[in-house]
Design a protein around this ligand. Structure first.
Ligand SMILES: C[S@@+](CC[C@H](N)C(=O)[O-])C[C@H]1O[C@@H](n2cnc3c(N)ncnc32)[C@H](O)[C@@H]1O
Length: 416
């Protein structure tokens, strides 16, 4: 058990333990980056990518794995390693050289963590990058660091950037901060850790908590007083979490928000992903499906991911991105896609359908396409390619149009 005063402390040359739930977060970060770079560099002729990577709660750079008791890299080296490994993997598939021109911005408010990270990087094979300014290491609190970083990275509509906001607790990196980042850099993506435990533990109806949530950028409404109507505290917690996420989605300038949690041995936190690209949203969903059992979301499998009805407290369930969740997703999509296609009007494209439900479903693109195939197998719809091609089983491109059948099968809900 890690004592709270020792958690993530690099004081006096110590190396803190990395609990399993935090190690899973590092694995998701690496997996996401390893899938991100091949996705954005698919274009054959593309021979470089320029990107800024920001780790605002960087820690001391090295941790002890709580299970194996061996040293592991903290988030800064996970980011650098994923960029370098992605570069090598992509270059090996291209016929000409390929470069990822990355600049890294690391900061931690704690002096011991900062010094340890600086020393560790200076003694590593990344020394030259530190000396040349490709790796920048600051000792700043997040509020100040964010202004410094946004001054350093000029506001450009096409500037790629990935922010990792691995805060302790829930209110150091706020929704207002995320919106500031996305207004400055519309192509940025944010991977944002929020401790649900802290949020639920400290939620109360005192003014100080309302001031904190206002500062965060969320209107709590009557989410706190609803506690009086809940029979079980866990029900109220689900309702609060659902309300909070709904508010984040409503008030976030990012087009896509994926609201999944990571949990291990009772510890849980949200690892939200904010972006303006449907590809990025899909890559993050695929990453969560890969981390089944530790990735989860408290909600529904189909197109009503966060719907929570306070009239019925026994509704949302734990969705673990596992075989059971896969089955529930298939069944829900089979029932809910038809009505959604109809709502989009005549013959929407597959891309329009996916974009319209991206914030409403834990299903990734592949699962949606396969579910469309299942609807076609039941003669509920057909697909037409951009040049009028007939598709036999499933759509082949995001530009394929979906045409609902005129004679709709009676047994498919919402199709008549
Ligand atoms: C969860 S740890 C980060 C671990 C690191 N991302 C990793 O995975 O290796 C959170 C870090 O945030 C730092 N911190 C706490 N409050 C901060 C603030 N307001 N601004 C910047 N850093 C802060 C702490 O010193 C601690 O090192």
């Amino acid at each position: 058990m890690v004592k709270s005063q020792d958690a993530f402390s690099w004081k006096d040359g110590r190396t803190p333990l990395c609990p399993v739930h935090s190690r899973i977060k590092l694995e998701i970060l690496r997996d996401y980056l390893m899938a991100y770079f091949p996705t954005i560099s698919q274009e054959k002729r593309m021979d470089y990518v320029n990107i800024e990577l920001i780790d605002a709660f960087a820690g001391g750079g090295v941790l002890i794995d709580a299970e194996t008791k061996t040293p592991i890299n903290g988030s800064p080296k996970v980011m650098i390693g994923a960029v370098r490994d992605s570069e090598a993997a992509i270059a090996a598939k291209k016929t000409k050289p390929f470069r990822i021109n990355a600049r890294f911005h690391f900061s931690d408010a704690d002096r011991d963590a900062h010094l340890r990270l600086k020393t560790d990087l200076a003694d590593s094979r990344y020394r030259e990058d530190v000396e040349s300014g490709k790796i920048l290491v600051d000792n700043l609190k997040f509020d100040r660091f964010l202004s410094v970083v946004l001054e350093r990275i000029k506001s450009r509509p096409r500037q790629k950037a990935i922010f990792f906001l691995d805060q302790c607790g829930w209110n150091q990196a706020t929704l207002r901060d995320c919106n500031r980042i996305l207004n400055h850099l519309p192509k940025a993506e944010i991977i944002w850790n929020i401790s649900v435990e802290s949020l639920a533990m400290f939620a109360n109806d005192k003014d100080a908590f309302r001031v904190a949530t206002d500062k965060f950028g969320v209107d709590l409404g009557d989410a706190i007083s609803a506690r009086d109507n809940a029979v079980r505290l866990s029900d109220w917690r689900k309702s609060l979490v659902s309300h909070y996420l709904h508010e984040i989605k409503q008030n976030c300038v990012a087009k896509f928000v994926s609201p999944f949690m990571v949990q291990h041995s009772g510890w849980g936190y949200w690892l939200l992903h904010l972006s303006n690209h449907k590809e990025a949203n899909d890559v993050m969903k695929v990453t969560h499906w890969r981390h089944q059992n530790n990735s989860l979301h408290e909600g529904f499998p189909g197109l009503r991911m966060l719907e929570f009805n306070r009239e019925n407290w026994n509704q949302s369930s734990i969705f673990r991105f596992d075989a059971e969740a896969n089955q529930a997703t298939r069944e829900a999509l089979f029932n809910e896609l038809g009505p959604q296609i109809r709502r989009l009007g005549e013959a929407p494209t597959v891309g329009q359908l996916i974009e319209s439900v991206a914030n409403e479903t834990p299903a990734d693109r592949q699962r949606i396409i396969e579910s469309l195939g299942e609807l076609k197998a039941e003669s509920a719809c057909r697909f037409i390619g951009p040049a009028g091609e007939k598709r036999i089983h499933v759509p082949q491109t995001l530009d394929d149009r979906i045409v609902l059948s005129e004679h709709r099968p009676m047994f498919l809900p919402g199709m008549n």
